[in-house]
Design a protein around this ligand. Structure first.
Ligand SMILES: [Zn+2]
Ligand SMILES: [Zn+2]
Ligand SMILES: [Zn+2]
Ligand SMILES: [Zn+2]
Length: 416
């Protein structure tokens, strides 16, 4: 499998209608896409590499958060599960800069989820959080230090005057508590102090030696595996006119029938036989994603344009009454969705108590990217939509990826 197709780019997601300032920022160009044609940018998971480690604005799954303003990490009280009261973990962060307003020149979306499986029976608003953080071009943190010729990208470097705040050694949120013995290890909460103690700090406290690999690994297991999210514009043949994949037929979305839903394993009679398991939205969903079956993100922000609809996985559970932005009072709009394929990259097994599940996660944000006070975060809204019938998600995903897919092998080899 080729992990770095040429058309994929590192970490840039932005709205389809934005006239991006330096040409090098463009993923979408107005010239190519008339305003009534919404383009969706897809995100794909790829292994981390050296280049990623030095990126100032990574889009990524898992690991510790990389804060847009390292002097102001999120406080754990803003990402604590309402169900179990434990700190949430970073699911992913997405660099999604905007031209307007100027204060969103750098813009990062962070998604946190509780790692306890049973908490995910509660509404997403209780066990998940989304935050928006942004900075103007002229800010106290970054300076432009050149251009990466190969990637046609501006290189931003953290100013030497920046003193990163202390972060929890486990989760990366603000480290407001210190180990009471050595006063050196920092934690967000008592939960993570205990986790570090049990992972090996009990024996290590006060020692000047490096943490043993086992300790590092145990801490890493408290987080989701870290992967790069690369972006690529969706190319989708809807079967009308172009027939380039050789399989398209003249079916419109309205004519999709359950028997077209061939991605579920044929051996699974229950899933194939049961039409009630497969609602129309699911079939549209399935048809749309099977041409890019490993997509983990669909980014479709359209501020100033007609708000784009998510690709629902079911006719049921469509979010209603999305609340207005808490800061400016404007109606939030759909920005991006997290696909069920991302679950395959979280290092979880189906019977794991840490196992979590969704059909899709829908993120709605302020269409104005309104100003956020220095060093603070704006909370945005997240909804979970499940597949219409219990279990179809699992079968579907296994059929899509297979237990022995190339990526899974790569994944194991990387020891993540
Ligand atoms: Zn929880
Ligand atoms: Zn922590
Ligand atoms: Zn200590
Ligand atoms: Zn707002």
């Amino acid at each position: 499998m080729d992990f770095f197709p040429k058309s994929r780019r590192r970490g840039h997601f932005s709205s389809a209608f934005a006239l991006h300032r330096p040409a090098i920022y463009q993923i979408h160009t107005l010239l190519c896409y008339p305003r009534d044609t919404m383009t969706v940018t897809l995100g794909f998971a790829e292994p981390v590499d050296e280049e990623f480690q030095s990126e100032s604005f990574p889009s990524k799954i898992g690991g510790q958060p990389r804060w847009i303003d390292p002097e102001h990490p999120l406080n754990v009280s803003q990402a604590t599960c309402d169900e179990c009261q434990k700190p949430m973990a970073l699911l992913m962060q997405l660099y999604a800069p905007e031209d307007e307003p100027a204060s969103a020149f750098h813009r990062m979306m962070y998604v946190f989820v509780c790692r306890t499986g049973s908490c995910h029976r509660a509404p997403a608003s209780r066990c998940m959080r989304v935050y928006r953080a942004q900075l103007p071009e002229d800010n106290a943190v970054y300076e432009e230090t050149g251009e990466d010729v190969e990637d046609d990208d501006i290189v931003w470097t953290t100013k030497s005057s920046v003193t990163p705040a202390k972060q929890c050694v486990v989760c990366g949120m603000a480290g407001t508590k210190a180990c009471s013995k050595c006063h050196e290890r920092m934690y967000c909460s008592r939960d993570h102090q205990l986790a570090d103690w049990e992972a090996g700090h009990r024996a290590q406290c006060g020692s000047s030696e490096q943490e043993p690999e086992d300790h590092v690994r145990k801490l890493r297991n408290q987080r989701y595996p870290e992967l790069v999210i690369a972006s690529e514009e969706e190319e989708f043949s809807d079967g009308e006119g172009d027939d380039d994949d050789g399989e398209s037929d003249s079916d419109s979305e309205d004519e999709i029938k359950p028997e077209d839903g061939a991605v579920v394993p044929v051996t699974d009679e229950k899933a194939v036989d049961s039409e009630v398991d497969v609602d129309k939205a699911f079939l549209v969903f399935q048809r749309r994603i099977q041409q890019n079956s490993d997509q983990v993100i669909r980014y479709a922000r359209a501020p100033g344009g007609e708000p784009e609809k998510p690709l629902y996985v079911s006719d049921a559970g469509i979010p209603e009454d999305v609340p207005e932005c808490e800061l400016c009072g404007v109606q939030r709009e759909f920005e991006f969705q997290i696909m069920p394929q991302m679950l395959n990259f979280l290092g979880l097994k189906a019977d794991d108590p840490l196992s979590i599940d969704w059909g899709t996660l829908l993120v709605y944000s302020c269409p104005n990217s309104c100003d956020v006070k220095d060093g603070q975060f704006a909370r945005e809204a997240i909804y979970r939509q499940q597949f219409s019938s219990q279990g179809i998600g699992d079968k579907y995903m296994r059929a899509l990826q297979g237990d022995d897919s190339g990526f899974t092998k790569q994944f194991d080899a990387l020891d993540m």
